[in-house]
Write a protein that binds this ligand. Structure first.
Ligand SMILES: Nc1nc2c(ncn2[C@@H]2O[C@H](COP(=O)(O)OP(=O)(O)OP(=O)(O)O)[C@@H](O)[C@H]2O)c(=O)[nH]1
Ligand SMILES: [Mg+2]
Length: 240
């Protein structure tokens, strides 16, 4: 019967780094069930950040980025000998359990995440996270736009109106109506990230009778991330 497990030998390409992207299953429904604040719910985001931290620690990730209901994990050290089925299923179920553990809520259905694996080389890393961060910004503009329109029009009218508008038109429209998206919290525009933060420490080495510099690090949840750049990823030691 073991021969029937035809997907079990599928593996990540050798020597490749990977990004695992999770996305909440039917979180639109979950948001309704939990009566989440629209367009952004701070409790939901706090839980999301804890899930990111759990994933970072459990799978020794190098960088984790999240917005809305999606989480991307950058992994230099490939778990489970690179087995695709195992990576996708364990990481997705771990995220769902972590989500439930951190959420103080009565769920109507068990939350779940889907998962996919993207093999990347060094040059892809910045490109990938910029792509997702651009999506975060699009999501921010659209969700503020639709929330505002729904407060003025019926759901159908609001949907029709937003579908006929380009991103910069929604931005301008909100501005004309007193909502300046440039002034809102950073995490709503750019998402949140978890990474290791390094601190330089100088201590006295008694044996050698001189001051010595070393680095200490701790896992950091960043709610104030910049627009991703090569400098940022170098500074946090994600790329060389
Ligand atoms: N109210 C509210 N909803 C949110 C928030 N963050 C995410 N969501 C919901 O999560 C959804 C995520 O989008 P999708 O992943 O495309 O939709 P989905 O319902 O999860 O569908 P599938 O991923 O295809 O299963 C959004 O459409 C929102 O409804 C939030 O802070 N507040
Ligand atoms: Mg989803």
């Amino acid at each position: 019967m073991k021969d029937y497990e035809v997907y079990s030998s599928l593996k990540v390409p050798k020597n490749s780094k990977i990004i695992v992207r999770l996305d909440g299953r039917s979180f639109h429904q979950l948001a309704n069930d939990l009566e989440l604040e629209k367009p952004y719910d701070e409790t939901f985001y706090t839980v999301l950040s804890e899930v990111c931290k759990d994933l970072f620690n459990e799978f020794s990730a190098d960088f984790v980025y999240a917005f809305s209901d999606e989480i991307s994990l950058l992994l230099y050290k490939i778990p489970f000998d690179g087995r695709i089925e195992k990576i996708n299923s364990v990481i997705a179920s771990f995220a769902a359990s972590s989500f439930v553990m951190h959420y103080d809520a009565q769920f109507k259905k068990p939350p779940a995440f889907d998962s996919r694996i993207i093999p990347v080389n060094d040059d892809d890393i910045l490109k990938y996270f910029r792509w997702r961060q651009d999506e975060s910004w699009r999501n921010c503009v659209n969700s503020h736009g639709i929330s505002y329109l729904k407060s003025k029009y019926s759901n159908n009218e609001a949907n029709d109106k937003i579908n006929g508008m380009k991103l910069n038109e929604i931005h301008e429209f909100l501005f004309q109506n007193g909502i300046n998206l440039n002034d809102i919290e950073t995490y709503k525009k750019r998402g949140i990230a978890v990474y290791r933060k390094y601190k330089q420490v100088t201590g006295f080495n008694k044996k050698e009778n001189k001051n010595q510099t070393s680095y200490r690090s701790h896992v950091y949840i960043d709610w104030e991330i910049p627009i991703f750049s090569e400098d940022f990823f170098k500074e946090i030691r994600v790329i060389k």
